[in-house]
Design a protein. Structure first.
Length: 524
């Protein structure tokens, strides 16, 4: 496999299996990547400077000029090859995902690799239609015609979190490329190696090497990327950083998409299939060790089914096997990727218990060198507890008893976040009715999390959960400038409203306006 000179740090990924102890201090200007399940050092990457970031953007811009001029069909066909190369190296990619982020092998395959492969194939097939010029029927000026066309933005800067280090940024990278852009990706400092490996595969797929660059570093490198002349920014991360990114983009008038935090509620109705609801909630709360922006972060169970639901969720939680997936052991819940997040989860659980919540299962950090938090179920939670209001981003399911579905929906909407939400009921029509009343970018009825794996559906939040959408035709078109062309359909010497203004023209226009707009709306 070829490694581009600028990405020499990517070779670290392949050396990662020879792990040394994490206590080794990183050299100056370097960032270390560790296995969160063991604490073993996986590799080092450079903490890149603003000048290096600017050079990466400039290189991507040079390459984009030629790439963006190619027909979308050709771009799509070439990017489609990425899925094949990903499959050739699927074991290696899963292995690094497990070692660098602590997730299980099944999660690495199902929630990362397959998501990217399917997204690539989906947009390779449908982008030519989605980005084809779109006529706009004109309402008044019938002698003219309008259409939209979609032009690559230039260089897209992508700033990514650590929880899905492949699926989130590489999905966005592939969509940006098909849309005709160059890309510079700043992965999280917690998971840089997987981004570098993903770029190696990109080069192996015979795509233009300079067109997609990875710059490694900390938050300052992300800030430098926004300052490096990018034309669009796709940011995924916390609300707090999202505000800084929005301010920096606003100052430079760079358009952006923000995919921020979530606090997904699950509303469990009296007629819910409790076995399905409990399994869905347990998986939705514990998958990826709870580090999913769409995780079930609070449950509102109506009084009639509360106890039976809790009993089932607790049973699911007790059966889960937690451990180091990189050891080859079969585990259900892996390590948490970031040590500081473990402390946040611990603080929220301790706070809830101190405020009167009841611990049903879990509640503690795991023992051993790695970063683990036990799958935890809390009952007796109240809406004023931090655990019900702040993003947990760990394997914790807080449950609250409510009188009825109206109260559940009211409490579900009582949040500054609105990314995903879930409703459980056997009555599909009522489920849809409730779903439409919940303030979230996506509401799923009788399921959890899964729509991130549907590239055809929009992903994004309302309220403080974000601005704009990734995935779907909406997300693809956001990666383009939507431009408008208006042209004549018939040759005319002049328009009637041009100079010189004449009284006769005014009277004719007035007569026409009265005829057209004076009638009742429904008579038109
Ligand atoms: P952060 O906001 O801490 O970081 C996200 C990225 O921004 C990282 O690459 C980080 O770099 C970088 N960054 C930090 N400071 C700046 C800055 N001033 N300017 C530009 N970039 C900066 O988020 P986390 O990585 O902790 O991710 C967890 C969060 O992401 C959760 O809130 C979660 O809900 C959200 N998320 C949202 C998703 C969605 O689709 N809506 C999906 C997945 C996660 P570094 O890591 O090196 O500090």
């Amino acid at each position: 496999m070829r490694v581009p000179p600028t990405m020499a740090a990517g070779t670290v990924a392949r050396m990662g299996s020879a792990a040394t102890n994490v206590s080794a201090k990183p050299a100056d200007g370097k960032i270390t990547s560790i296995n969160p399940a063991t604490g073993a050092l996986l590799g080092e990457v450079p903490d890149q400077t603003p000048a290096e970031v600017r050079a990466a953007v400039e290189a991507a811009r040079q390459a984009q000029r030629e790439w963006g001029a190619r027909p979308v069909e050709e771009r799509a066909r070439r990017v489609a090859r990425y899925a094949e190369v990903l499959m050739v190296h699927v074991e290696e990619v899963i292995d690094l995902l497990v070692r660098e982020s602590g997730k299980t092998r099944l999660e690495a395959l199902g929630m990362e690799v397959i998501v990217v492969a399917d997204l690539v194939r989906y947009f390779a097939k449908h982008a030519p239609r989605m980005l084809a010029p779109e006529p706009i029927p004109l309402h008044l000026l019938k002698h003219r015609a309008s259409y939209l066309h979609f032009v690559p933005r230039g260089v897209v800067g992508i700033i990514a979190p650590w929880n899905f280090p492949l699926a989130i940024p590489i999905g966005e990278v592939m969509m940006s490329l098909i849309a005709g852009n160059g890309v510079v990706l700043k992965p999280s400092e917690v998971t840089p190696l997987i981004a570098l490996l993903a770029r190696e595969l990109y080069v192996e797929a015979d795509l233009p090497p300079d067109l997609f660059q990875v710059v490694t570093g900390r938050g300052a490198t992300g800030a430098a990327l926004i300052d490096a002349g990018i034309d669009y920014c796709v940011f995924t991360g916390s609300v707090a950083t999202g505000r800084k990114v929005a301010a920096a983009c606003g100052e430079r008038l760079i358009p952006y998409t923000l995919e921020l935090g979530g606090k997904a509620p699950a509303v469990v109705c009296a007629d819910a299939d409790l076995d399905r609801a409990a399994q869905a909630i347990a998986w939705g709360g514990f998958a990826n060790a709870g580090q999913v922006c769409a995780s079930v972060e609070r449950v509102y169970a109506v009084d009639a089914v509360h106890d039976a639901l809790v009993e089932r969720i607790v049973r699911c939680a007790r059966e889960l096997r937690q451990g180091d997936a990189s050891s080859g052991a079969e585990v259900d819940v892996g390590a948490m990727a970031w040590d500081q997040q473990v402390a946040t989860v611990e603080r929220l659980v301790d706070g809830a218990l101190a405020a009167g919540a009841k611990l049903e299962v879990g509640g503690k950090r795991g023992s051993g060198p790695g970063q683990f938090f036990q799958p935890t179920v809390l009952t007796g939670c109240r809406q004023d507890m931090d655990v019900m209001r702040k993003e947990i981003f760990g394997p914790v399911i807080p449950i609250m008893r409510v009188a009825d579905e109206d109260e559940a929906v009211r409490l579900a909407n009582d949040s500054h976040l609105g990314l995903l939400a879930y409703v459980f009921t056997r009555d599909r029509e009522r489920g849809k009715w409730l779903a439409e009343r919940i303030e979230a970018g996506t509401v799923m009825v009788n399921d959890v999390l899964a729509t991130y794996a549907c590239p055809e559906t929009p992903w994004g939040g309302v309220k403080r959960s974000g601005i704009g959408r990734t995935h779907s035709i909406l997300g693809l078109r956001d990666l383009c400038e939507t431009r408008h062309v208006n042209h004549d359909r018939i040759a005319m010497p002049r328009e009637v409203w041009w100079y010189p203004y004449r009284l006769g023209t005014f009277r004719a226009l007035l007569r026409g306006a009265k005829l057209m707009f004076g009638k009742r709306f429904w008579q038109c």
